[in-house]
Design a protein around this ligand. Structure first.
Ligand SMILES: C[S@@+](CC[C@H](N)C(=O)[O-])C[C@H]1O[C@@H](n2cnc3c(N)ncnc32)[C@H](O)[C@@H]1O
Length: 260
């Protein structure tokens, strides 16, 4: 039974970290005049309203993007995507990763999005159909294997689970190793939470053994409320594009400068 709904967390500091890296990577990839594939295994609904009751209930966006947007330069690809989506959808709109990707891609690029939750899937379909995305109500990790290697072969896969299934920590290094074997040129980005009881640590050890050239980007922030277990945000990237380590270092410096 899926209970996670990203609407409660959209625009939090973990999203700022993840979406800033994603927008940067897609900006880099689209600078070259060659088509690409974007695959997302756990897409969410694609578009969020930060004036809605979910964001209001948790206050995560208020402590996240509302504070952090100015931490980044105005011409950062993430800020450009935010501005484009607000111009289309209104001032309180916040793009999920599928919409950040859609706003980054060009004609001829291909998008595959997976979302299992029926309500989230329907919302995703409604938001992303006009962008020509292939939207599937399927298990994202099964689809990750079925969809690779994609055509065009160049591209990026974002794996952003809700981490409700604890066995994902064990399964993901194995699944990513299989995907990377089938798609050796693909950039594979896995987002994970940094939790106080550190379940991500053995998973990262396995990923770093399998991919010694992988990039690990982590930022820390105080838990959003007393008793909340998330103390930071992490992304492990297989085949990181040129310059992504430097972008990760810039983001780390920005988060550290505003940590309180
Ligand atoms: C963290 S949210 C995605 C947020 C989105 N990537 C973003 O940054 O805007 C994770 C999503 O995965 C969905 N989900 C959970 N298990 C799944 C599975 N096995 N396959 C596909 N989607 C799944 C949840 O319903 C939820 O919408």
């Amino acid at each position: 039974m899926l209970s996670y709904q990203h609407a409660y967390h959209a625009g939090n500091l973990a999203d700022v970290h993840k979406h800033a890296l994603l927008a940067w990577a897609l900006d880099y990839l689209t600078a070259k005049d060659k088509p690409l594939s974007y695959i997302e295994t756990h897409a969410g609904r694609g578009l969020y309203d930060l004036a809605g009751p979910e964001a209001d209930k948790t206050g995560e966006a208020a402590a996240g993007i509302a504070r952090a947007e100015g931490w980044l330069p105005a011409d950062h690809p993430y800020r450009r995507r935010l501005a484009e989506v607000r111009a289309m959808q209104g001032a309180s709109a916040y793009p999920g990763s599928p919409l950040i990707a859609a706003a980054s891609l060009r004609e001829g690029d291909v998008m595959h999005l997976c979302e299992l939750h029926p309500q989230e899937f329907r919302a995703l379909q409604a938001t992303m159909a006009p962008w020509g995305a292939h939207v599937r109500q399927e298990d994202g990790l099964t689809a990750a294997l079925a969809l690779t290697p994609p055509t065009p072969r160049r591209g990026l896969m974002l794996i952003d689970p809700s981490w409700e299934v604890k066995s994902d920590y064990d399964r993901l290094p194995q699944i990513i190793a299989k995907v990377a074997k089938r798609w050796n040129v693909g950039i594979i980005a896995l987002w994970y939470p940094i939790l106080l009881d550190v379940p991500h640590v053995p998973m990262l050890a396995a990923l770093e053994r399998e991919f010694p050239q992988g990039l690990r980007s982590e930022v820390r922030f105080p838990p959003i409320r007393a008793g909340h277990r998330m103390a930071g945000s992490g992304m492990f990237i297989v085949n990181p594009p040129f310059g992504m380590a430097e972008e990760a270092a810039r983001l780390l410096a920005v988060f550290e400068a505003h940590r309180r």
